[in-house]
Design a protein around this ligand. Sequence first.
Ligand code: LLP
Length: 433
Amino acid sequence: IAPDQINAAGHLTIGGVDSLELAKEYGTPLVVYDVAQIRRQIRAFKKVFEQRQVDYAVSYASKAFAAIAMYQVVAHEGGHVDVVSAGELYTAIKANFPMENVSFHGNNKSRAELEMAVDHHVGMIVIDNFHEIELLNEVLASRDQSIDVMIRITPGISAHTNKYIQTGQVDSKFGFDLQSGQADEALQKILASPRMHMKGLHAHIGSQIFELNGFQMAAAKLVEIAAHWRDEFGYEPEIVNVGGGFGIRYVSADHPLKPEDFVAAIIETIKEETQKLNLKMPAVWIEPGRSIAGPAGYNLYTVGSRKDVPGLLPYVMIDGGMGDNIRPALYEAEYETVLAADPQAENAETVRLAGKYCESGDILSQHQPLPKTKPGDVLAMLDTGAYGYAMASNYNRNPRPAVVFAENGQAHLVIERESLDDLVHLDRSYSQA
Ligand code: LLP
């Protein structure tokens, strides 16, 4: 929390709006985005390329948080977006997002999804497998159209949180294998298709990565393949897309580089390697999701009941949980949480923040120092903007929270809170015949 995020009353503000006012007006659990932070991060990425005069696209991986308002902000900042489903594409269409700046990803795109992408003239299809080449050719032929494509390869570098492992044998469901010549075969098939315009190659090595080395190895690998394709097939890629995965700080033990510093180093690697291999400097595309949406998001919760267990950390219960943030239960992800009324208050105890879902694993934080709280206090969980609301569910038939965008002291509701009627909206009654 920046010092200027505390107002005269001592409360946490988000986008210049008092978080207690937000909780009062919209209710909790509530997801709030600091829109200026989203803009800042997109601009920081763009600046890295512009300073180096490298052609680029900053393509927001919208799986981190997709909403009409989010696509609108990214469009306003001149970003591209990645979509991975008809639903994300539909949301982008509803946002009037420029379709030429959309890339379509996915390891099992359906015919219907490819038709939708072609009919809306999305800018780029990232081809993942042989079946997709056939399917896309059929769809294009049926419409007498053509489209730009990239090939996704499996680079042989699998990155995990805080470590990377280089594997000779790659085991991933995404992309074309290199060892067995699949990527070369895919290239030849695409070059032979008059309807697919081959633009470049893509690799994504993982998410929440802290080590620069994995990114640099992947970037060097992509350039190596580009040189091989030039030498072998006379084809030189115009675009090298290095994916996303730039790690962010969730808790004080995390010390990642700034997202834009990862990108700066990746660009330098690509420059060096292309010079070495006598290739033209390609356009460099990145696909950050978490680093754009994550730090901008806050989840507001209200404290309810409490359970003290002798000798163990107390449970402080909040009105949300695994339905609005599955990441702690799914990945043991950690977050920091503060008291919205006084984020800098001295801590009095360490608690476990338990959600309201009927599952023992529904603990949003296993170890959170906090001042003494009472029912009705509002807590703000920080950095929840990526893969939080995006992965929300209706487990236990809890409605999903509302989402608010806050900027320049103004709050805008961008996704309404689900109602109880929304929960039964698709239900149909059944009576025995
Ligand atoms: N590009 C591709 C092809 C991807 O598969 C992903 C994420 C990204 C870009 C964006 O990666 P980011 O910059 O957000 O790390 N649900 C998990 C994360 C799954 C990421 C999937 N792919 C989580 O909550 O940690």
